[in-house]
Design a protein around this ligand. Sequence first.
Ligand SMILES: O=P(O)(O)OC[C@H]1O[C@H](O[C@H]2O[C@H](CO)[C@@H](O)[C@H](O)[C@H]2O)[C@H](O)[C@@H](O)[C@@H]1O
Length: 389
Amino acid sequence: MDMKSGNNSPVLADPVPANKSRLGMRSQLLSFTSGSSACSSGSYLQIPWKKTIPGKLDDVRASGWLDAMISSSPPHKKPNKDAGVECSSSDSDAVYRSWTLRYPSALAAFEKITKYAKGKRIALFLDYDGTLSPIVDDPDRAFMSEEMRSTVQSVAKHFPTAIISGRSRNKVYEFVGLAELFYAGSHGMDIMGPDRVSDPVDFSSNRVRFADKQGKEVNLFQPASEFIPMIDEVFKALVDNTKEIEGVKVENNMFCVSVHYRNVDEKSWSAVAQLVHDILKEYPCLRLTHGRKVLEIRPVIDWNKGKAVKFLLESLGLSNSEVVLPIYVGDDQTDEDAFKVLREGSQGYGILVSSVPKETKAFFSLRDTSEVMDFLKSLVQWKQSAANL
Ligand SMILES: O=P(O)(O)OC[C@H]1O[C@H](O[C@H]2O[C@H](CO)[C@@H](O)[C@H](O)[C@H]2O)[C@H](O)[C@@H](O)[C@@H]1O
C-alpha cells in the first residue's frame, strides 16, 4: 500500500517532523512499514519499550484527556453546581425531552422515517456495545440477549445489515454469531464484506478475496494491516505498565488497543491516562480516540467507521442515495464519524443511542438497547406489511 498521503490512500501525512526521530535508534518495526511509508521515515523509529515512570500529569490535563474521560459514559443525574445537589430525575427528564426536540426519538418519528424510505432500499449499520448489548463492567461478558439476536436476524432477512464495531472482527462475530451479516471490526479497519461490486478508489493491496465456509466469495479489507505488529507491541507494553493499577483492562482489538478504566478508582484515572499518553509519545503513528470509559489507541490512518460505511455501501452496490437509505445506529464518540458521513452527504440517518443529552451529528435518538430492539422490530413489521400490500 502506498502509505504517503494522497487522494487514494487512507494514510494521513506524517504527524511528526522528520527531525524528531526516536533517539536515532533503529527499530524492529521498520521491517513491516518498508518503502514509502510516511510512518517508516525517521519519525517512525521506536525505542525498545521500557517501563514508563508516570510523568507530569499536566500532559493529560492540558490535552483535555481527563475532561474527556470524565464526560465519557456520563452519570444519569446531572450535578447542580449552584446548589451542590443533584438534579431530580424529573429535571433530567425535562432536559432529555427538550433535547429530543433536536434529536427526535426514532420510534416517535418512525412514520417520518418510513415515509422517506418509501421506494428506497434500507441498508442497516449497527454498532455493537451499547447498541445491541447493554454496557456492562466486564467487556468479555457483553452478551446480547437471545431476543435481540433473533431481532437482528430477522432484520437481516429484509435489509442488508452490517455490524460496525470497535472490537476485533472475530470477537464481535463471536458475540453476534450470525453468518448472514457483514462485519467490520476495529472501528472499520477490518471489513469482511461481499465480493466487491464497485469501488471508487484503489484499495487493491489491502484487499484479499476468498471463499468463506459456505463457499461464498468474500472480500477482506484491512487498510491498516502493516500496523499489526506495532499494535501487538503496544498492547504488551500497556498490559505490563498498567498492571499495578487495579481495575485496568487492556484489550487487543487487532488494529487498535482498548484501555478500559471503567473499573478503576477515579483517583487513578490520571495515572492511566498518563501511561497511555507516554506510549503515544513513543509511537507517533498511533493516535487516541475516546469511547465509553475506554481509551482507544489506533493507527493514524485516515480511516474510521464513516469510511467503513461508505466502503460497505460501495461494495454492496448500495451507494446511490436516490434509491438507498442507509441507517446507522450507534452510541459512542467513534460512531459520530458515521453519523457525519450520512448527514453531510445527505445520504441517510444516524440514530444516537443515549439516555442523556449529547452533541451529535445523528438525526434521531433512542434511549437504550431495548428501544433499539423495538426500532428494529418496527422496521421488520413495516417491511412485512409493505410486502403484503
Ligand atoms: O464500537 P463498539 O461495538 O461500541 O465497541 C466499542 C468498545 O466497546 C467495548 O467497550 C465498551 O463496552 C464494554 C462492555 O459493555 C464496557 O465494559 C466498556 O466500558 C465500554 O467501553 C469493547 O470492550 C471495546 O473493545 C470496544 O472498542
